[in-house]
Design a protein around this ligand. Structure first.
Ligand code: NAD
Length: 293
């Protein structure tokens, strides 16, 4: 049993911290929200009064926060000079690659060891312990992180050095955003050309246009396996979160001088959909906006 600090007990972090406690770890948990702390207590975590208190005496500290600025601030204010030398910092938030690298360098300068370990999978996967982790950091740091992360996930993959986990996450989600838009367009075109949606699915799901967006997450209700489309686009992966990831991808592409015209177009379309007040709907609901055009 290890003492683990956990900061950020929201939609994702709440279930992840609970899974560490369920596995027998001594989880010292902190969040700004009193409700989140109360839920963590019910899940057998020990709520503490600050991020620094969660860091004190911990062998490892997990963060699951909204964005890079929160991670950077908590690392500086609550970990550096306070966590024990050699403490492993696992940031599971989705943040920008530049900040991920910067906080890892700062951690090393302060005698700590950091990995970026963003996740694929939503709230159900966080609660069920079936997330996929993409980890950036040294091999030694990965070997220390892997047993902790595997208590919260079904797959833990070493992507490369610091920042590589975030790079894998945003490149993957840029691909997901673009294939979802393309899948929606293909269904709408096929329908306008007189094809039945199920017939098009039966053909394309076995042909070269096949993708995860089509066969695992079909944007049309009643077609393919159960997906958020069958639940009026409630639940699933919110448009606002897809837009966040696409913006991170665009920022990273600019910094790396990478050409991403399809990613740019997907980001613009998701921005338009979110600005129309649809940010809370699953991202496959963008088919509604495309259908209105
Ligand atoms: P959330 O908003 O539900 O949770 C974030 C939590 O952080 C909140 O409880 C908030 O009170 C807490 N927090 C913010 N600032 C804090 C501070 N200074 N000190 C302590 N606590 C603080 O967000 P979420 O949905 O759990 O997402 C967390 C991260 O996971 C994000 O980076 C998101 O992009 C990523 N992610 C989310 C999903 C998803 O489906 N929700 C999927 C994959 C990745």
């Amino acid at each position: 049993m290890a003492r683990i600090g956990f900061i950020g007990l929201g939609n994702m972090g709440g279930g992840m911290a609970a899974n560490l406690a369920k596995a027998g770890h001594d989880v010292h948990a902190f969040d700004l929200s009193a409700d989140a702390l109360a839920r963590a207590k019910e899940a057998r975590c020990l709520p503490v009064e600050s991020a620094a208190a969660a860091a004190e005496g911990a062998e490892a500290i997990v963060t699951m926060l909204p964005a890079g600025k929160h991670v950077e601030q908590i690392y500086a204010d609550a970990f550096f000079g306070k966590a024990a030398p050699g403490t492993l910092l696992l940031d599971c938030s989705t943040i920008d690659v530049a900040t991920a690298k910067r906080v890892a360098d700062a951690a090393a300068a302060n005698g700590l060891v950091a990995v970026d370990a963003p996740v694929s999978g939503g709230i159900a996967a966080a609660n069920g312990g079936t997330l996929t982790f993409m980890v950036g950091g040294s091999k030694e740091a990965f070997d220390r992180a892997e047993p902790i992360l595997s208590l919260m996930g079904k797959a833990v993959i070493h992507a490369g050095g610091n920042g590589a986990g975030q790079a894998a996450k945003i490149a993957n989600n840029m691909l997901l955003g673009a294939t979802m838009v393309a899948t929606c367009e293909a269904f709408l075109l096929a329908q306008k050309l007189g094809l039945d949606a199920q017939t098009f699915y039966d053909i394309s799901s076995k042909a070269s246009g096949q993708s995860w967006s089509m066969t695992s997450y079909c944007p049309l209700p009643g077609v393919g396996p159960q997906s958020p489309a069958d639940n009026d686009y409630q639940g699933g992966f919110a448009t606002a979160l897809m837009l966040k990831d696409l913006r991170l991808a665009m920022e990273a592409a600019k910094g790396a001088d990478a050409s991403v015209p399809m990613g740019e177009r997907a980001a613009a379309l998701y921005e338009q959909f979110a600005e129309a007040g649809q940010g809370g709907l699953d991202f496959s609901a963008i088919i509604r906006m495309l259908d209105e055009k």
